[in-house]
Design a protein around this ligand. Structure first.
Ligand SMILES: [Zn+2]
Length: 322
């Protein structure tokens, strides 16, 4: 009997590397995480990862790995695989993890950033199945995004398209780490929500948040605000609703420019999004053109934390189909 063709899907983050063996229909046959141990360098990590994947394959004797897809948190050139200025893996700057892993395993490999691949994952295996175009907004400690058009990731002229975290939602807003100003990431990411709440607490506003972190404002996180809001805290509720409003502004902008069939909201913060989803949709409609006010194609992720991993698998299969 011929062996089942599978790909290795890899999701590289600052603290852990997730590996999985994935079928052509997107079934995860086996999965395992290892710590990134970024300080020990990229070659050591790729060797550990290759050993892990060998072992995973040995446990699935009826499968034949035919390619590798890699999602990576940070700036990566999808053509060359070159990884640049990774904020969470600084010693990996200038390395090419996808090529190194491909050489160790003797398999073709492709790589893209994790937010773009989350979009591809939803498009191929998730809520976007059957659509022609999709935009994904990933709300976590930062804000990422990806654009899929006709089955392919849209990269733009230089490959930087889809930086939805750097859409301007408040032109007088604070400076962003990227050098711009008033970007979505500075107004609606988990980090931004915590920062805005902290600023208001330092200015003397009363809130349950102070009690929840026992007075240590450095410990304020988006999760703290969600908890406080659940207890009826006004300040926490305002900060989170403002964030939902800003995401709605971004949604309206994306619709005007791209007119996607679907806009998918994912990422860690989206776990609590049901609390603010109606607010987000109302904001998106309020800021939209008249023709976009009646309906709003915004949905939440169905793949959750696996969107990037399954996007990496989709990328590997796409390569094999060329
Ligand atoms: Zn920015």
């Amino acid at each position: 009997m011929p062996k089942q063709r599978v790909v290795f899907a890899i999701d590289i983050g600052g603290t852990k590397i997730r590996g999985a063996v994935v079928s052509e229909s997107g079934d995860i046959l086996v999965r395992k995480d290892i710590p990134s141990q970024g300080e020990k360098g990229e070659p050591a990590a790729m060797k550990r990862l290759a050993a892990l994947l060998h072992k995973m394959c040995a446990d699935l004797p009826d499968t034949e790995p035919v390619g590798i897809g890699m999602a990576i948190a940070g700036t990566v050139d999808p053509e060359t695989g070159l990884f640049s200025n990774p904020p969470n893996l600084p010693s990996w700057h200038g390395t090419v993890p996808s090529l190194d892993l491909g050489e160790l395993l003797g398999l073709p490999s492709r790589v893209h950033n994790d937010a773009s691949l989350a979009a591809l994952g939803e498009y191929v295996f998730g809520i976007g199945q059957g659509t022609k175009s999709l935009v994904m907004i990933t709300l976590g400690t930062g804000v990422g995004g990806g654009i899929v058009q006709d089955g392919h990731l849209y990269g733009g002229y230089r490959g930087y398209a889809g930086e939805i975290g750097h859409l301007i939602v408040d032109s007088s807003g604070p400076q962003c780490a990227c050098g711009g100003r008033g970007h979505l990431e500075m107004m609606a990411s988990g980090t931004a929500c915590a920062r805005i709440a902290k600023e208001r607490l330092v200015a003397g506003e009363a809130s349950l948040v102070t009690k929840l972190v026992r007075g240590d404002l450095e410990k304020v996180r988006a999760e703290t605000l969600v908890k406080a809001e659940g207890l009826g805290d006004l300040l926490a509720g305002e900060v989170l609703r403002d964030a939902a409003d800003y995401v709605g502004v971004a949604v309206a902008t994306l619709r005007s420019i791209l007119d996607p069939e679907l806009i998918v909201i994912g990422g860690g913060v989206s776990r609590n999004l049901h609390l603010f989803f109606p607010r987000l949709v109302a904001s998106a409609k309020a800021h939209a053109m008249d023709i976009d006010k009646e309906s709003c194609p915004v949905v939440t992720t169905v793949l959750g934390d696996d969107a990037g991993l399954l996007g990496a698998a989709a990328l590997a299969w796409e390569k094999l189909g060329e």
